[in-house]
Design a binder for this molecule. Structure first.
Ligand code: DX5
Ligand code: ZN
Length: 227
């Protein structure tokens, strides 16, 4: 499949220097990030603990770009308002994170921000079917959530293609994002399968000072510098 969509890049600050988070957010913003991806983990839904609403609020003044907040917490419902109040522009939730997935999406939309669904590698594409009229983003996990620096699971490319077809069938402008193991090799595969947004942690934050080049490579725009 060939597509001409602009690929949005959402650097995951999970791979940033946590002692200098504000500075790192400013750096990826200046380097061309389209969104800032914030991985929220609770040590229960996933085996790692990261960032809460207070850290999100502290980072918010450091970038005007949309904060793409990936909630890996369960139960999730009682924390929705805190993350929206802290500055989330897009909240993505896993269907497995609560008993009433549709209601959780409704609650996010009611607050006037964008809502997204995140699919684990073992979660089928069809789980989005009855929320397609509400969601603004579908996020395909190409690793099992919990840690940065894992290897891309290739069979998720088929899921990306199926989801692209579902999105086209709605006629709605739903972002199709991929998260996990996205690098210079796998990014073009995701884009060819129909993704129009890529999360990348280790591939963006590697090599201090090279963030702009790292982002351009993922977006496939590296040829611009030689044009
Ligand atoms: C994993 C997170 C990812 C992670 C990606 O649970 O959701 O956002 O930071 O890291 P890389 O790009 O290193 O695979
Ligand atoms: Zn993530």
């Amino acid at each position: 499949m060939i597509n001409n969509r602009k690929t949005l890049i959402s650097p995951s600050i999970l791979s940033a220097d946590f002692a200098r988070l504000g500075e790192e957010v400013r750096a990826v913003d200046a380097a061309g990030a389209d969104m800032i991806h914030i991985d929220v983990m609770d040590g229960h839904f996933v085996p790692n603990i990261t960032i809460g609403p207070d850290v999100l609020a502290a980072l918010k003044p450091h970038s005007q770009k949309p904060f793409d907040v990936h909630l890996m917490i369960s139960p999730v419902d009682q924390y929705i308002d805190a993350f929206i109040d802290a500055g989330a522009d897009i909240l993505t939730i896993h269907p497995e994170a609560g008993p009433h997935f549709h209601r959780t999406i409704q609650a996010i939309k009611k607050r006037g921000i964008k809502a997204g669904v995140v699919l684990n590698p073992g979660t089928p594409a069809d789980i989005v079917d009855y929320v397609m009229d509400m969601v603004d983003m579908i996020l395909v996990m190409s690793v099992n959530p919990g840690f940065g620096g894992q290897s891309f699971i290739p069979n998720q490319l088929d899921k990306i293609s199926r989801l692209r077809d579902k999105i086209e069938a709605t006629g709605r402008d739903i972002i199709l994002e991929v998260d996990g193991g996205v690098n210079a090799l796998t990014a073009p595969q995701c884009i060819a399968a129909g993704a129009n947004a890529l999360v990348a942690g280790s591939a963006v934050f590697k090599g201090a000072g090279n963030y702009a080049e790292n982002i351009a490579v993922l977006r496939g725009a590296q040829q611009r510098s030689t044009a």
